[in-house]
Write a protein that binds this ligand. Structure first.
Ligand code: NAD
Ligand code: UDP
Length: 344
């Protein structure tokens, strides 16, 4: 464990990492849907290390058993293969609802399924929260702001989304998921939390994830050209996964039931970001022969994105601790040590 409270753990070790022993009264039963995915598996690690009982539920569409393999067999851990589009009954105190593909490549490959996951998946998990009186946290997204006309984006901004475009299955799925959460709160008294997550990266991103961070790192490690879609002037603010997990846990255990942006102020144009990855890979490996190439722009690609995180600071006392460059270094090391281009 680092001084700032974040935990680094190398998966694949032979023994379970040591977990805290909690008094029975402190120990919560926690469901993490999408727990075998990139963000979910880091959250599972943190909850397990804290000594909670964790149920990880996943249909393995974009996640992988290997992300949580180091916990299989641990008495505090259960892994369930299940699709959230179908109801399930488990006795839990808290539900982190993350199940949903997050990469444009994956969520656009089956837009109807993405919408079913956004609506029925959230509906089922809220129904479960109501039935077992669990607190419910929704992993929403900066995408609900669409291609924003306000910059940076505050939680009060209603967004600018094309409801018929190729990204709509995800954006509108998350928007209706938020609406469901607040409808269950109003009508049924369910205790809800809503995290609006901005672009996040780190180890365990799938090599074929298709999002910009993994694409660029893999291209740079193979000395292939970095494919920038459009003119490279659109922006994103990237956060390291440990900061996000801190934010999710702080939000879950706070009394803040309004939506909260979780993301960083470090904003880059995609061109700047590409160059940063090339420089970093050259530094880490001694050589990188990649160039930046511009391709056709993607339809409805948001032009800028940066969160206003005042609410997270004031209500959760949360601020990102990781600089993008440090997080990127960890991520490059991860991709270097897992076989580049192999299924993990
Ligand atoms: P991911 O694709 O790695 O993880 C999603 C997980 O959900 C995978 O394990 C997948 O198999 C599982 N899943 C998908 N559909 C399912 C279904 N119908 N039933 C059960 N499991 C299902 O993505 P991630 O980056 O870890 O994202 C996790 C959550 O955070 C998502 O809800 C995503 O919308 C949200 N989010 C992520 C980011 C980011 O930059 N990573 C940004 C905004 C929001
Ligand atoms: N992008 C890119 N090259 C890639 C992948 C993505 O230029 O290989 C761009 C994409 O067009 C967008 C930004 O990087 O402007 C972030 O894309 P990503 O898919 O990572 O996430 P988004 O924020 O769009 O959901």
């Amino acid at each position: 464990q680092r001084e700032d409270g974040t935990i680094t753990y190398t998966p694949g070790a032979n023994a379970y990492p040591p977990v805290r022993l909690l008094n029975p009264i402190e120990k919560q039963r926690i469901l993490v849907t999408g727990g075998a995915g990139f963000v979910g598996s880091h959250l599972v690690d943190r909850l397990m290390l804290m000594g909670h009982n964790v149920i990880c539920l996943d249909n393995f569409f974009t996640g992988s058993k290997s992300n949580v393999a180091h916990w299989i067999g641990h008495p505090n851990f259960e892994l369930i293969r299940h699709d959230v589009v179908d109801p399930i009954l488990v006795e839990v105190d808290q539900i982190y609802h993350l199940a949903c593909p997050a990469s444009p490549v994956h969520y656009q490959s089956n837009p109807v399924k993405t919408l079913k996951t956004g609506f029925f998946g959230t509906y089922n998990m809220l129904g479960l929260a109501k039935r077992v009186k669990a607190r419910f946290l929704l992993s929403s997204t900066s995408e609900i702001y669409g291609d924003p006309e306000e910059h940076p984006q505050k939680e009060s901004y209603w967004g600018h989304v094309n409801c018929t475009g190729p990204r709509a299955c995800y954006d509108e799925g998350k928007r209706v998921a938020e609406t469901l959460a607040y409808s269950y709160q109003r009508q049924e008294g369910v205790d809800v939390r809503v995290a609006r997550i901005f672009n996040t990266f780190g180890p365990r991103m799938n090599w074929n994830d298709g999002r910009v961070v993994s694409n660029f790192i893999l291209q740079a490690l193979k000395s292939e050209d970095l494919t920038v879609y459009g003119d490279g002037k659109s922006t994103r603010s990237f956060q390291y996964v440990h900061d996000l997990v801190d934010g999710l846990m702080k939000l879950m255990n706070s009394n803040c039931d309004e939506p909260v942006n979780i993301g960083t102020q470090e904003e880059f144009t995609i061109d700047q970001f590409a160059q940063m990855v090339i420089d970093l890979v050259a530094e880490e490996t001694g050589f990188c022969g990649s160039q930046v190439v511009h391709m056709a722009a993607l339809e409805d690609d948001p032009q800028k994105r940066k969160p206003d995180t005042t609410r997270a600071k004031e209500r959760l006392d949360w601020e990102p601790q990781w600089k993008v460059i440090d997080g990127l270094r960890e991520t490059v090391k991860y991709f270097k040590t897992t076989q580049v281009g192999s299924e993990i």
